[in-house]
Design a binder for this molecule. Structure first.
Ligand code: T3D
Length: 270
């Protein structure tokens, strides 16, 4: 059984994490399949929007804590620190770091469709996508402190950018469950949708993004990320550089032409 299910509807590709019996928690093998699926989507010109979701009742419970890549070894039958302990830093370097960077560099908009609980690295996978839509029954848990770790998969970068210092620290230190509605109210996610409307809402958003000028949307993501750390003049210079390039591209001509012709534009670039 694939650990990542890949489906496509028009120009929208959906990747569903597929270890429902363990709430789609990450094993090294699932990381490998997800990165390969992201690379394949990035290379396929028919894909204009990517959706990441979970199979079954969960989105993703973060790292599989029983995976040999992280599990503490048994000493005299007890789980305990040991020289044999796998190096979790090596795992993070090889898996969550490239995953978080890959999503941020996708050449198409990325929607997280959070169908259920998103915990640990699963929460930060969801929060690191471009637009995060959650079913009302879903939740977000920065579970790391409960196992004496710090947020990873980009959480230390994302949380202070998405919310206030107090809320970021409260979430990360306490590891309490944040409901989908709270996450929306706090501005951490784009939208919380009633469960019955969730699949249709995700599909409508993804199809809408796929019909937009995705090259400009991807440049917008990069420019906002760069702008958050830049001074005003640097951001203005970056805007001029991007508009110079985008203004010579086919999608700009199409957008302006469609405006004056009073018709819907057909964007083709990626
Ligand atoms: O060393 C490192 O970990 C480095 C990497 C760090 C990145 C991280 O993501 S660290 C954070 C890891 N994740 C967690 O700590 C979350 C652990 N899970 C939970 O706290 C709970 O499962 C949830 C709050 C997410 C959901 O609770 P609930 O009551 O809805 O479900 P459940 O009964 O706890 O879980 C259902 C099954 O999934 C259960 O298996 P079973 O008993 O039916 O056979 C449970 O063991 C399994 N499961 C859930 N999360 C994980 C998991 N199995 C392995 N690893 C998990 N993370």
């Amino acid at each position: 059984m694939p650990l990542v299910l890949v489906t496509q509807d028009g120009a929208v590709r959906t990747l569903a994490l597929n270890r429902p019996q363990a709430l789609n928690s990450f094993t090294t093998a699932m990381h490998g399949e997800l990165l390969a699926a992201l690379d394949a989507a990035a290379a396929d010109a028919s894909v204009r929007c990517l959706v990441i979701t979970g199979s079954g009742r969960g989105f993703c419970a973060g790292q599989d804590l029983g995976d040999p890549a992280v599990a503490p070894v048994r000493v005299d039958g007890q789980l305990a620190p040991s020289a044999e302990q796998p190096d979790i830093g090596d795992l993070i370097e090889a898996t969550y770091r490239p995953l978080a960077l890959r999503i941020r560099a996708m050449p198409v908009p990325v929607v997280a469709a959070v169908n259920g609980v998103a915990a640990g690295a699963g929460a930060n996978l969801a929060l690191g996508c471009d637009l995060t839509v959650a079913a009302r029954s879903a939740s977000f848990i920065q579970a790391f402190a409960k196992i004496a770790l710090v947020p990873d998969c980009g959480g230390t970068w994302l949380l202070p950018r998405l919310t206030t210092r107090q809320r970021a620290l409260g979430l990360a230190m306490l590891g309490d469950k944040l409901t989908a509605q709270q996450a929306a109210d706090w501005g951490l996610i784009w939208q919380c949708v009633d469960d019955a409307e969730f699949p249709a809402a995700v599909a409508a958003l993804a199809q809408r993004l796929a019909a937009m000028p995705v090259k400009a949307l991807v440049e917008t993501r990069a420019a906002l990320d760069a702008g958050a750390a830049a001074d005003l003049d640097t951001a203005l210079a970056n805007e001029a550089r991007l508009q110079r390039r985008l203004g010579r591209a086919a999608d700009y001509a199409e957008g302006v032409g469609a405006f004056f012709a009073k018709r819907a534009p057909t964007f083709t670039e990626r």
